[in-house]
Design a protein around this ligand. Structure first.
Ligand code: ADP
Ligand code: MG
Length: 208
């Protein structure tokens, strides 16, 4: 996919994430303070506005993701603003100069993004955060980095979804859910669901 097509992929993803606000709000009300859906809505509205603005002409795929990440970071607020902003910014930086979005570029984006998120927030897999979905996605992307993007994204989306679902049986040790301790058991982490939805919508776009 070239830069223009990848811009369309990100626009589709942003609009779908905006529409996911009620789902994410409901999940964060169970184990957090209920603001995750609105944060995501704010962040992806800013990304959508960026992508629709005629003056935004990203140099390459890396610049596209980096600029989207900067928008998220400045608009979302909360823990997830910093975390998802970091993912897109660091992931984008790692693929600077790329003019084609393919499975190998996706793998590099996720690997660099994941390592920056860890540096920023310190959460490891098993801590019941978006990291559980992100690391699952990163590992699968590495495995399928030689495949066609549409096939690769389907399997990466499945891995991310499984990673998000795995948070149901975890006790939160980060963020606001931490204060719930054992009572966070039985509920999936809202940020992990957001992470898996972002990849799901990317997969949907390239497969339709
Ligand atoms: P807040 O916790 O400030 O209310 P949000 O509700 O927007 O922020 O986001 C909560 C989500 O942020 C959690 O579901 C979790 O996935 C993610 N999160 C929180 N802390 C961390 C961290 N240290 N590393 C990675 N993700 C985190
Ligand atoms: Mg919250």
């Amino acid at each position: 996919m070239n830069v223009i097509e990848t811009k369309a992929l990100l626009l589709y993803t942003a609009e779908k994430m905006m529409a996911s606000e009620p789902t994410l709000t409901e999940l964060d009300l169970k184990i957090g303070d209920g603001d995750h859906g609105l944060g995501m809505l704010r962040g992806f509205t800013a990304v959508r506005d960026l992508l629709q603005s005629e003056s935004f002409e990203p140099k390459d795929i890396g610049d596209l993701f980096l600029t989207a990440g900067t928008k998220m970071m400045s608009s979302m607020g909360g823990a997830s603003g910093a975390i998802f902003g970091t993912l897109f910014r660091a992931g984008g930086k790692a693929i600077a100069g790329e003019n084609e979005f393919n499975a190998s570029v996706l793998a590099r984006f996720l690997a660099a993004g994941s390592s920056a998120v860890f540096t920023r927030g310190g959460a490891k897999p098993g801590d019941k955060t978006m990291v559980d979905a992100l690391v699952a996605a990163e590992k699968q992307a590495e495995k399928v980095s030689n495949e066609e993007l549409n096939k690769a994204l389907l399997s990466v989306a499945k891995a991310a979804e499984d990673g998000a679902e795995s948070t149901r049986n975890q006790v939160a040790v980060f963020g606001r859910a931490k204060s719930l301790g054992e009572r966070s058991l039985g509920y999936v982490d809202p940020g992990a669901v957001s992470m898996s939805l972002i990849i799901k919508y990317m997969a949907e776009f390239v497969n339709q």
